[in-house]
Design a protein around this ligand. Sequence first.
Ligand code: HEC
Ligand code: HEC
Length: 195
Amino acid sequence: MNKRLKLLAIFAVIFLFANGPYYVAVADHGYGKEKSWHEKLFDRDDDDDDEKHHRKRYLAPVSNAAYKEECGACHFVYQPELLPSASWERILDSLEDHFGDAVELDPDASKTILDYLSANAAEHSSAKRAVKIMRSLRATVPLRITEIPYIRRKHHEVTPDVLKRESIGSLSNCSACHTTAEDGIYEDDYVVIPK
Ligand code: HEC
Ligand code: HEC
């Protein structure tokens, strides 16, 4: 090999190695904007990434009886990992005007539920979706899961007239379309949009 070719080969190797950490840095901050070409190339929706980081694949199914009973009376019981604890606090602190409804809860139940939701909130989870939710929020504290930029982005193809269907009602009704929502599984393979 002549000298110039050798030098070129060395540069090529350095370039490849130097790009590894660069890619990781970009990937960590890359959500919330369009993916760039190198993210598209390397980011195959992160399933391989999960194994590398020992992330949990799915959200844990709801396991608290009081939460299921009190909060499941009107809608799907959202997994605690879908919101940060600061959001759960805001929600529990404003139950007298809960999205237009008044929710009554005795102080014991309220404490039990908030303790459960906070201890299992998104910021304590290593599940892929929870990690993406925390990244996407950038320290904001939403009152709704459906306000989270990551969640909004994932549903941008669902049109308002689909949501208005009697079988759905609103985007808040996760289990209408995610057939495995109760199990904490939101993978697109299990989405069926009802007529
Ligand atoms: C009396 C009925 C009722 C009860 C009981 C109730 N909710 Fe709700 N909740 C609602 C309504 C109505 C909405 C708005 C749904 C919509 O926009 O389609 C809502 C929305 C929510 C959302 C936001 C969903 C989204 O759009 O991302 C969360 C989170 C939530 N409730 C948590 C709770 C918790 C926690 C409890 C128990 C302390 C609870 N709810 C009990 C009626 C209720
Ligand atoms: C009207 C039907 C519908 C409702 C209601 C709905 N989703 Fe979805 N969801 C979808 C569709 C469609 C996709 C996109 C699937 C795809 O990428 O092809 C999706 C994607 C997702 C994804 C990303 C999955 C992936 O594989 O990347 C998550 C997480 C998610 N939804 C969570 C929720 C949560 C939480 C709720 C309730 C607050 C909800 N969805 C309500 C239809 C729905």
